[in-house]
Write a protein of this length. Structure first.
Length: 291
């Protein structure tokens, strides 16, 4: 897309808490982007390990900032603090243990530049879970209408894949709560802006073993139901969408085969197995080739 002077600045905010084990592939995926005008903003939420030292050793010489919270404030605070520090026209809130595909930033900037009425664009993503032998590709609806119609069942833009127009994100008030906050922000942006997803995979979303407790999952599913109600009110959707939320409570304790069925019925998200070549590419980006 030309040199830096011709490119809009993209600010990538990375909240971190004890991410020493996972942060290197994340940073490498951002430094290896085909798009060059990027600033990296790391917000250390009072980590107890040497996450910040690891970041410094990797990003030395690249455009970046490291902010440190004096106490553990949570992801929402860290994301918002990073956004306040950011100078970019576009914002990405990137989890510290996930990875972006090499041309993710370039493709999303091109889309937002060509579609000024769109406030946020996400994309398809690879889902990597320790209990699954192989990753799978998840593709969310791409058109504004289809995304809106699906928002009553769940967030149709995965938070990690999202690139936000700065104006839209700040107009919506950034992140307002500590749970399922990305869903809420998409709803608020959707009140005044169009929503979009790219059909191409832009992100590798991985679940780390032991990262989510059953109690947290119950809280998350409860808040998802509330977010569903918010979307129904905001977009004038049928209230029958609330019935789908009951399925997610069953989902928590169901075997994988039943979970897959529930996802197919309750979520307008296409899922497919990945090719051998894609598996190799994912392992390479995650630095797990030898595992």
């Amino acid at each position: 897309m030309g040199d830096d002077q011709d490119q809009p600045l993209v600010s990538v905010i990375v909240p971190m808490y004890n991410e020493r084990e996972f942060i290197e592939p994340t940073i490498e995926s951002l430094l290896s982007q085909t798009y060059s005008n990027i600033e990296l903003i790391f917000v250390d939420d009072n980590s107890e390990d040497d996450t910040t030292d690891e970041v410094k050793s990797i990003v030395d010489g690249n455009r970046h900032a490291i902010l440190k919270n004096k106490t553990n404030m949570g992801t929402t605070f860290s994301r918002n603090r990073g956004a306040m520090h950011a100078e970019g026209k576009y914002l990405v809130f990137h989890d510290a243990d996930d990875v972006s595909t090499p041309n993710r930033i370039e493709k999303q900037v091109q889309f937002l530049e060509a579609n000024p009425e769109t406030g946020v664009v996400g994309g398809a993503f690879y889902y990597v879970h320790p209990d699954q032998k192989e990753p799978e590709l998840r593709v969310r609806p791409s058109s504004d209408q289809d995304i809106r119609e699906g928002m009553g069942r769940g967030s149709m833009i995965n938070a990690g894949t999202a690139m936000y127009r700065r104006e839209a994100a700040f107009e919506a008030g950034l992140f307002q709560s500590e749970n399922v906050e990305g869903y809420e922000l998409i709803i608020e942006i959707g009140r005044n802006w169009k929503l979009a997803n790219l059909p191409d995979p832009v992100y590798i979303y991985r679940i780390n073993s032991g990262s989510r407790s059953q109690r947290k999952e119950l809280l998350k599913k409860s808040i998802l139901a509330y977010r569903s109600w918010q979307a129904i009110k905001a977009f004038g959707l049928p209230y029958r969408n609330l019935l789908f939320q009951l399925g997610w409570f069953i989902y928590m304790n169901a075997p994988e085969r039943v979970q897959r069925f529930i996802r197919t019925v309750f979520s307008p998200t296409e899922q497919r197995a990945v090719s051998d070549e894609e598996v190799k590419r994912i392992k390479s980006l995650l630095n797990t080739d030898n595992e």
